[in-house]
Design a protein around this ligand. Structure first.
Ligand code: HEM
Length: 502
């Protein structure tokens, strides 16, 4: 059945017979670099295992991410025993699930949301900017990876649950550390369950567990934390007693009401009691907290790193940021017109639209996402019934194929000096081609649902900080990305200090 794959160049001599080489580069955290090296040597399609191939061209992306389905690896993302959107393997159930809440993640919804505008302004002026102001006054340094993860978690959870019901990781350091630690253990602990799901399940049946107890405890910790947040907001919605100082629980309310409507139309099976419905909603909420905090936190950190390494670009960016009307000056009282002044009333979409139009700010964000894609590794899909052609090679049905942002973003024919952070490539003659090859959020129906939210939150964070402060490296040792599916700084930190700019 697999004979057609023999025509594809092998990344390693053993790959036609065994998956051990692929599993070993994954386990030893070398997958992204090794697969890219194989593409450089062997061309746009390479075989990585008896039934697995990698591709790194636009045509390949279009073929695989058109409508091919996911594989069992995604079942490692199940929470509360029920799959969130990301873990739906088949297209039909996935589309139905996505319709439950995709409207509140569309770009126009996010851009016009008065809830997002209100909690962004509150989180930035009450939490983030005061911390940076203290660093500027005292000279104390800040671990911006922690800051950015906490910011991303607090914003995504405010959108899910409402600002009074979400996390407060920016001020509650213990809660933040506990969560980050639990998540780190979970990511490592589920390696075998994700990569060898059938073997893991079979061994579990005879009492051998490949998932470490610490990882199960970490998952339980995250599920408990999210369940508490869900329960508080659920009770408030049911009793019509949402805290008047809170922004709306946009995603939770949307997901709950559409799930309730869709189950009213069908008879729930015996296992689908009220608890099942609550778990199904909570499963998506936890998935969004997980998907939303780390990716954006990592990218903001690399943007701050590169801006600190490029002071002239930082100065030009600041001038651009101060050109918007009203600018995000902080603290607002010491300046004239500021978007943060309580007396200034501006429509919720004014700042997102203004930031969206700034070339240097957007180039900063997109070039950082290109060079340091937070989700760097291959996103697996399965060749459909009857098989499919990929770059002239026949892939039999069931063969796993993927592309990795790490490789796609290093094509020197599109991204000259690909290993360098060059934001100007997003403003030059070839900007259209560069944008076509940008693939940090995936593509097709399984691409990132949180893309518009993430881009807006990252733009506003960078704008608020760099309108007012310059950043400087204190300790960037270990800043290089780990070679894993989610590729954050190896050292788990980036220490900067900030200076106020008048
Ligand atoms: C810089 C920020 C982000 C990046 C780079 C990113 C990247 C991605 C990528 C590459 C995928 C496809 C993964 C695959 O198919 O294997 C994805 C899917 C997804 N992302 Fe994001 N993401 C980001 C932020 C967010 C945020 C803020 C949310 C919060 C809602 C989110 C929620 C999701 C969900 C639910 C999926 C699964 C979509 C589906 O299966 O239909 N992401 N993301």
């Amino acid at each position: 059945r697999l004979r057609p794959l023999n025509a594809i160049p092998n990344a390693h001599p053993t790959v036609p017979f065994s998956s051990i080489w692929l599993i070993s580069i994954r386990y030893r955290k070398r997958e992204n670099r090794t697969v890219w090296d194989a593409h450089k040597r062997l061309g746009p399609v390479v075989r990585l295992a008896p039934e697995e191939v990698s591709v790194c061209t636009l045509d390949g992306l279009k073929t695989i991410y058109g409508d091919w389905e996911k594989n069992a690896w995604y079942e490692a993302f199940i929470n509360y025993g029920t799959p969130p959107l990301v873990a739906k393997i088949h297209s039909g159930p996935h589309s139905a699930h996505k319709r439950l809440f995709s409207n509140v993640y569309s770009k126009s919804y996010v851009q016009n949301s008065s809830d997002i505008s209100a909690f962004n302004s509150r989180i930035l002026t009450k939490k983030v900017l005061p911390k940076i102001a203290t660093s500027a006054t005292t000279g104390a340094s800040i671990d911006v990876l922690r800051l950015n993860m906490a910011f991303s978690m607090d914003t995504v959870s405010a959108y899910e649950f409402g600002s009074a019901y979400g996390t407060d990781f920016l001020d509650d350091e213990d809660a933040c550390l506990h969560f980050l630690k639990a998540f780190a253990v979970v990511k490592n602990g589920f390696f075998w369950a994700g990569r060898l799901p059938t073997l893991t399940q079979n061994l579990e049946r005879i009492g051998i567990n490949l998932v470490a107890q610490a990882a199960l405890d970490g998952q339980a910790y995250m599920e408990n934390m999210c369940w508490k947040l869900c329960s508080l907001v659920h009770a408030a919605i049911e009793n019509n007693s949402i805290d008047p100082t809170s922004t709306a629980p946009v995603v939770y309310a949307q997901r709950l009401s559409s799930q309730t409507k869709s189950t009213e139309k069908t008879t729930p099976s015996p296992i689908e009691g009220p608890d099942f419905l609550r778990k199904s909603v909570a499963s998506d909420m936890l998935c969004h907290l997980i998907a939303g905090h780390e990716t954006s936190g990592i990218n903001l950190t690399y943007a701050m790193y590169e801006l600190s390494m490029h002071p002239e670009f930082q100065t030009a960016l600041r001038a651009e940021l101060r050109s918007i009307n009203p600018p995000l000056l902080f603290p607002p009282s010491t300046y004239g017109r500021s978007a943060f002044s309580p007396s200034i009333v501006i429509p919720p979409s004014a700042i997102p639209r203004a930031l969206d139009a700034l070339p240097l700010l957007n180039a900063t964000l997109y070039e950082t996402l290109r060079l340091y894609p937070p989700g760097a590794a291959g996103q697996p899909r399965v060749a459909p019934r009857g098989g499919a052609m990929l770059h002239g090679f026949m892939l039999p049905e069931g063969v796993v194929a993927h592309a990795a942002p790490y490789s796609v973003h290093r094509n020197e024919e599109v991204f000259e000096r690909a290993e360098e952070w060059l934001p100007e490539r997003w403003m030059g003659e070839r900007k259209k081609e560069v944008a076509e090859w940008f693939w940090s959020f995936g593509s097709g129906s399984r691409g990132c649902i949180g893309k518009a939210f993430a881009i807006q939150e990252m733009l506003v964070m960078l704008a608020a900080v760099y309108t007012n402060y310059s950043s400087h490296i204190v300790d960037a040792e270990g800043i290089e990305p780990v070679d894993e599916f989610i590729a954050g700084p190896r050292a788990g930190k980036l220490i900067l200090r900030f200076e106020k700019v008048g």
